[in-house]
Design a protein around this ligand. Structure first.
Ligand SMILES: Nc1ncnc2c1ncn2[C@@H]1O[C@H](COP(=O)(O)OP(=O)(O)OP(=O)(O)O)[C@@H](O)[C@H]1O
Length: 322
């Protein structure tokens, strides 16, 4: 599935190079260009009906998310029979960072050829848009509140043809000027937490926002979401602590809480926005559930799961009982 809009149009320019590499490594494939938003969901469903069982997303996190949604809404085969590979041409490519998927196209195609498969968790997000309940699968991270507002602004800029990882920082600064923290009620595996919250991230993998680590200890196959809750915080404090978003120390901040759980519910008045895998969706009330090791993905040759497991740290706070 080739998204010609990914990376601000880079995928369509680079497709001849990528297709030559797929031929060079003797990977037999057919390709389809997406023609509109959500088209990769439909194309994935159709491809599986036609008998394809290995799907490569050529794009960024959004294209990959649509392929995953196609895999989980189709009824032809069990999703466990499908394997997903990626060639990253997106702007953020955050999911790719978790698995050390190379930037270099040739290394990427070689990794697909070698087909080291990892089974990762899949999240299910339920949200509301125009008072109608929707469901969306995700494999990287979901953001609520300020995080979703930054994604909304970034996506608007991408729709206007802007590109580059600095879009996220630019949107973050613009969003910071206007955003107000909201009273949010969070339920994690039945335990309540209520406070005025600036931002909340629900992670399966570790990176979002073009390289930020808001859930720095997430393990993608443990059947648990890592949730990071940033309580109301001054704008100056946000700016002073920006490096923490990149160096994995965000949980050490006194206004930040980390919890783990399988089932998350979020309510707020007024409603706050949601993004999943960088795609801007609807708003609260929200429900998240997780399917452990439900998707087979091809990882980079350098990816070493045991390195991640060693970093698993149990310092995360338990959510306060109501
Ligand atoms: N033909 C198309 N025309 C317009 N939008 C499309 C088309 N095909 C796919 N899309 C949309 O393009 C959006 C961006 O895709 P994607 O996320 O893969 O690229 P990106 O934004 O450059 O990368 P990243 O999310 O990693 O920063 C997705 O929301 C997808 O729905």
């Amino acid at each position: 599935m080739v998204n010609p809009r990914a990376g601000g149009g880079k995928s369509v320019v680079d497709w001849p190079i990528i297709s030559r590499l797929l031929n060079k490594y003797d990977i037999h494939y057919s390709h389809a260009f997406t023609e509109y938003k959500y088209h990769a969901v439909e194309l994935t469903v159709q491809a599986i009906v036609k008998g394809y069982r290995n799907i490569i997303a050529v794009g960024g996190d959004g294209t990959l998310n649509e392929v995953v949604n196609g895999i989980f809404i189709q009824k032809t085969v069990s999703p466990s029979e499908i394997t997903v590979g990626v060639i990253g041409v997106g702007t953020g490519n955050d999911w790719f960072r978790m698995y050390e998927i190379p930037h270099n196209y040739e290394e990427c195609v070689r990794a697909i050829k070698n087909k080291r498969v990892f089974k990762q968790d899949v999240g299910v997000a339920e949200y509301y848009e125009s008072s109608v309940r929707h469901t969306r699968y995700f494999i990287n991270a979901a953001g609520v509140g300020f995080d979703a507002e930054v994604a909304r602004r970034t996506n608007r800029l991408k729709d206007l043809g802007k590109r580059g990882a600095l879009l996220y920082i630019f949107s973050l600064i613009k969003a910071l000027i206007r955003y107000r923290s909201t009273r949010i009620n969070v339920k994690v595996d039945g335990k309540h937490f209520q406070d005025t919250v600036f931002s909340l991230t629900i992670g399966i993998c570790r990176f979002n926002g073009a390289g930020m680590m808001q859930v720095p200890f997430a393990l993608s196959d443990d059947g648990l979401f890592d949730v990071t809750i940033i309580k109301k915080i001054s704008k100056l404090n946000v700016v002073a602590n920006l490096p923490r978003l990149y160096n994995g120390t965000i949980l050490k901040h006194s206004r930040v809480l980390g919890v783990r759980g399988k089932s998350i519910e979020i309510m707020s008045i007024p409603a706050v926005g949601l993004e999943v895998d960088g795609e801007s969706l609807g708003e609260t009330p929200l429900k998240f559930s997780i399917m452990q090791q439900a998707l087979s993905v091809i990882v980079g040759e350098q990816f070493n799961q045991s390195k991640l497991t060693a970093k698993k740290q149990p310092q995360l706070l338990e959510p306060a009982a109501s």
